[in-house]
Write a protein that binds this ligand. Structure first.
Ligand code: NAG
Ligand code: NAG
Ligand code: NAG
Ligand code: NAG
Ligand code: NAG
Ligand code: NAG
Ligand code: NAG
Ligand code: NAG
Ligand code: NAG
Ligand code: NAG
Ligand code: NAG
Ligand code: NAG
Length: 797
């Protein structure tokens, strides 16, 4: 009882203290925008006079926000309420009521600045720039602007794992812009373009946190230090602060600027008179490194010290990018029609010329890549209507379809290449494609003569650097894939194991797997065991090849060298092998998250359609690589969810490829019998016809349908017999437009368009006639939405 009284007394006291210290806005207080007759505008001002809460000009009306006043009358907006709402008209008012801050027109309530359940009692604009609302009872804070940052954090404010910074469209329009910065699953603070998939290929900056402990927040203190939890690691240690003259004071802010760069600013006040803004730190020194600085089909170049977006040759601007000389967010489109290409069947290379740009790079996957001469690359793109542009690097020709993303001219970086663009013959390249010194023109209209010239001048140096590049490119690629994720020991492979296949002795593997005790799976060829090797206990998976033909060692070695030559993020990597007499074992990287079958059918893990589309694309890219990009085309022959493995980031990796030719003839027939019953094998298998890569497309189609519907291809425990076989049931639902029958689980905001797209692609892939099935390349284009999907013909049932 007594302690209760003391408690109440304490609360009351602290309430009084709070009243005396902070509160300057009481219930029923009103502010309004400047009205037409006078420039008078009311706002709530902090006691220092530096921060104001009120209406500021936005579009043809006003927005509500907090700004920092400069001595020269300038306003730096640091927070905006409901930033994406339309401008507020000038006859509105903002009133503090028990229900919070209400936006009113006359007596009509138009909106509420914050939503909270507790009744509000008073509010205050603090000197830190934090606007706080106190509860009616007691002194607790029911709402504060510091907990809802927009694009800025101020000294004393924290960016936590629950919120993010989102850049503004422009310095005058504070609505949601083009980039965001947020904590990622692995505790890194990472910046992405706003509408990207927010996966590592889209990231352009990361805090690269070094320590293992969980990170809770990024804090900016009032001395200008920008640090993670308890200054364990800092982005900025502001040592200047100590040496500041006594008659000055500083306010710091960290802002995700319009261009997507995180910068720390200091506003220096001399006796609260005037202010100087200095940029103390920025995340990236070169704006061209910011993905999404330029829009689609445009590229960034920073050759004269300012970053600038330009359309590729043959393209013209398609949006109203922000004004200003750097053309930020410029998007471009082709200035000619692709139809001519499709109708003419141009075999004589008359339709297009190739224009090239040096030292280019962009993101995304080529749909096709092969080593060849530049002339052949040039020809190959000219005659391919899907080819939007080609990138020629180190003797490798990679063709890309449009749109091109994150293009960038990177003069001093190693992983760049010669970009080739098609322009119609007779087309005059206008505008400023040449930007560097005239000695080294970037754009060369590429007739035969020009081509020879380029070949002579560049191939020599390229081939000289070739060996070096192949190695470095591969490592850059690997490090990019994993760049923004904490690496587990197993994926952090050393140099020697990366470059060549290692030969293990049987005893070594017995030791590594503790005598083959921990079986993690049983594939078509034998059991798979978990083990560890090396000083840092790298995790491996050892496959004992039991059911393989008694071929000589040479054939076995030939097969596994072909497998070892594959390098793709969606394929499980072969690390080594062991051959001792009849014992044959393969050593793979260990992929930690089980199989796709397990993920889809066994776990209850919620997998939004978007995530499943990503998995489907991962698998498609792996298969496409096997079909089109390896030195020797590899037909998987046994694609199914059981041998698609998932890593810790749920990236799908195909395993068991390249082994088909090692299987015993009778075994493969047995297998065929067995597998037919589960339906992954193409009909031509059963008829013992020639098996082509289209057999894999069939299996992929089944896997895709399983991913879409999240059920097995054959399921007996179903309400009606027509639902037993997934492919025919899916076709039935598609034909009768009853897609909802295919998804038995709950999903909010189901994206039916995407679901239908995936379904149509799946149905095309499982056609009986192999020639009706699309290539894996087209599967990817269709899934990504860049190619129209034909109506799938009906299936034989
Ligand atoms: C302008 O706003 C002020 C303060 O709200 C008010 O006193 C004044 O009457 C307004 N003038 C007009 C023309 O609305
Ligand atoms: C405020 O202005 C809008 C147009 O700007 C008008 O439609 C509305 O009726 C006005 N409301 C009041 C209460 O004057
Ligand atoms: C920011 O974090 C610090 C340390 O965790 C905490 O003391 C402080 O109250 C936080 N600031 C706000 C505004 O929540
Ligand atoms: C992001 O997507 C939304 C919704 O599709 C769109 O309104 C917005 O303009 C896009 N933003 C950018 C920067 O492309
Ligand atoms: C910044 O300060 C923290 C702790 O105060 C320290 O651990 C860290 O090493 C400093 N970083 C730099 C770059 O000086
Ligand atoms: C602030 O102090 C510096 C020297 O420490 C002096 O030169 C300057 O005039 C002072 N400014 C004001 C406004 O007093
Ligand atoms: C602001 O910077 C300018 C030039 O750097 C300098 O002349 C001026 O004194 C500074 N003003 C303040 C308030 O520090
Ligand atoms: C251009 O690149 C140089 C060197 O990387 C860098 O110092 C400079 O800040 C960049 N300019 C812009 C505007 O990003
Ligand atoms: C760009 O803006 C102008 C007027 O501001 C408008 O007429 C034009 O249609 C816009 N163009 C595009 C591509 O949005
Ligand atoms: C590239 O490197 C050269 C020489 O090392 C240097 O002169 C040039 O400024 C660099 N260019 C950029 C954009 O960094
Ligand atoms: C776009 O194409 C038209 C017709 O071919 C041509 O006149 C125009 O110059 C081209 N625009 C640019 C920017 O190249
Ligand atoms: C190309 O850009 C340079 C420098 O930005 C400029 O001086 C020149 O006039 C431009 N040429 C054309 C054709 O726009």
């Amino acid at each position: 009882m007594a302690s209760n009284c003391i408690h109440v007394l304490f609360l009351w006291l602290s309430f009084c203290v709070a009243l005396a210290d902070n509160i300057d806005i009481f219930l029923d207080e009103i502010i309004s925008p400047p009205n037409s007759s006078t420039e008078y505008s009311s706002s709530w001002v902090s006691s220092s006079g530096q921060f104001e809460f009120g209406f500021y000009h936005h579009g043809d009306g006003y927005a509500i926000g907090i700004w920092l006043k400069g001595g020269d009358g300038s306003k730096t907006v640091v927070w905006t309420a409901k930033r994406d709402d339309p401008p507020i008209s000038s006859n509105s008012t903002l009133e503090l009521t028990v229900d919070g801050l209400l936006l009113k027109q006359g007596s009509d309530v138009q909106g509420q600045v914050y939503v909270d359940t507790e009744p509000a009692g008073s509010a205050s604009m603090l000197d830190s720039g934090n606007f706080v609302i106190y509860a009616q009872e007691g002194s607790s804070i029911v709402w504060q602007s510091f907990h809802h940052p927009t694009d800025t954090i101020l000294g004393g404010q924290n960016l936590t794992i629950r919120n993010q910074l989102v850049s503004s469209i422009s310095t005058s329009d504070r609505s949601t812009g083009h980039h965001f910065l947020a904590f990622q699953r692995d505790d890194n603070l990472v910046a992405y373009p706003i509408n990207s998939s927010a996966e590592s290929p889209d990231a352009y900056w990361s805090s690269n946190n070094l320590y293992q402990q969980e990170v809770e927040q990024l804090s900016l203190d009032t001395k200008g230090n920008l640090c993670f939890d308890d200054a364990f690691q800092c982005l900025v240690n502001n040592t200047n602060h100590q040496n500041q003259p006594h008659n000055t004071s500083s306010i710091y802010r960290a802002t995700l600027d319009v261009d997507g760069n995180l910068r720390l600013y200091e506003h220096l006040f001399e006796d609260k008179e005037g202010s100087n803004i200095t940029n103390l730190w920025q995340a990236l020194s070169d704006e061209c490194q910011i993905k999404g600085f330029c829009g689609i089909n445009s590229y960034c170049s920073n050759t004269s010290g300012t970053a600038r977006c330009q359309c590729y040759p043959g393209f013209i601007p398609s949006n109203n990018h922000t004004t200003g000389s750097n053309a930020m967010f410029l998007e471009c489109k082709l200035n000619y029609s692709k139809d001519d290409c499709e109708t003419s069947g141009d075999r004589n290379f008359l339709l297009y010329n190739i224009v090239s740009l040096e030292e280019m790079q962009w993101d995304g996957y080529p749909y096709w890549a092969k080593p060849m001469s530049m002339r052949a690359c040039d020809k190959s793109c000219k005659t391919d209507c899907d080819c939007g542009a080609a990138l020629y690097t180190n003797g490798q020709c990679s063709k890309y379809s449009l749109p091109l993303r994150y293009g960038r001219k990177a003069p001093n970086e190693s992983d760049t290449g010669m970009a080739l663009f098609k322009v119609p013959s007779g087309y005059v390249i206008r505008g400023n494609t040449t930007t560097s010194s005239p000695k080294n023109p970037n754009a060369i209209v590429n007739n035969r003569k020009g081509l020879i010239l380029i070949l002579a001048s560049t191939l020599g140096s390229i081939s000289f650097l070739c060996v070096l590049f192949v190695v470095s490119i591969f490592f850059t690629y690997r490090s990019q894939v994993h760049r923004f994720t904490k690496l587990s020991a197993s994926s952090n492979l050393g140099f020697t194991e990366e470059c060549s296949l290692r030969s293990f002795s049987f005893d070594e593997l017995v030791k590594a797997t503790s005598g083959f005790t921990e079986e993690v799976g049983r594939g078509s060829f034998g059991a798979v065991y978990r083990g560890t090797i090396g000083e840092n206990n790298r995790r491996i998976a050892v496959k004992r090849m039991e059911k393989i033909a008694d071929e000589g060692e040479r054939e076995f070695r030939a097969e596994i060298t072909a497998i070892a030559r594959t390098h793709h993020r969606n394929l499980v990597k072969l690390l080594g092998f062991c051959i001792e007499g009849s014992r044959k074992l393969l050593v793979y990287e260990y992929v930690s998250n089980g199989s796709l079958a397990n993920l889809l059918f066994k776990t209850k893990k919620h997998l939004p359609l978007k995530e499943r589309l990503k998995i489907a694309l991962d698998v498609a890219r792996g298969v496409q690589y096997l079909h089109e990009e390896c030195e020797v085309c590899i037909i998987h022959c046994n694609l199914k969810p059981q041998n698609i493995l998932m890593d810790e980031l749920l990236t799908a990796k195909i395993s068991d490829f390249g082994l088909a030719r090692l299987s015993k003839p009778e075994f493969s027939r047995n297998r065929a019998d067995k597998e037919v019953t589960t339906g992954y094998l193409a009909p031509e298998w059963q008829k013992e016809l020639l098996v082509s890569i289209k057999a894999d497309v069939f299996s992929y189609g089944i896997v895709l349908l399983e991913i879409v519907c999240r059920r097995r291809n054959i399921e007996l425990d179903v309400p009606s017999s027509e639902e037993v076989l997934l492919s025919s049931w899916a076709y039935h639902c598609f034909a009768t437009e009853q897609l909802h029958n295919l998804v038995s689980y709950e999903e909010e905001d189901m994206d039916w368009k995407t679901l239908e797209r995936m379904l149509k692609v799946g149905l095309l892939c499982v056609q009986d006639d192999p020639s009706l099935r699309p290539s894996m390349r087209n599967v990817i284009l269709m899934l990504e939405g860049w190619k129209d999907i034909p109506i799938p013909p009906s299936l034989r049932t």
